[in-house]
Design a binder for this molecule. Sequence first.
Ligand code: RH4
Length: 130
Amino acid sequence: EEQEDKVLQALRLYLRHLTDRLVTDRRFQVFKRPVDTTEVMDYLQVIRSPMDLSTLQANVDANRYSTLAEFVLDADLIWRNALSYNPNINPMDRRIRQRAHALNDTMHFFIRDELSEDFERKCEDIKASR
Ligand SMILES: COC(=O)[C@H](Cc1ccco1)c1ccncc1
């Protein structure tokens, strides 16, 4: 239905705007591209579902998300994977965990501040009706 596609287009626009701000934040450059699994040999043994900001952007542009909740499931993988793979108390692990928490906090602050519950409910209702 025409009106419904306008809602999904608005969601896509918002998710693109949100992801663009995360991708350009210098704290989050380490999350910008997939972890190089030829370099980090055991990464796929530890992390079952890799995710990064460029893949998230590509998914948004490919209409992969019909609700905010679907987007958040993938976006949360980015910082959760970083906490799982880098658990130690050495300075490098500590720094990426701080950045992972900052990514989580920043993303959810933007969403709470900018997206209405009514809008997300409309997206969920469209998804349920299809
Ligand atoms: C999301 O990025 C990561 O999880 C890698 C894992 C990694 C470990 C060794 C090489 O790469 C990372 C990169 C930079 N600083 C810490 C960890």
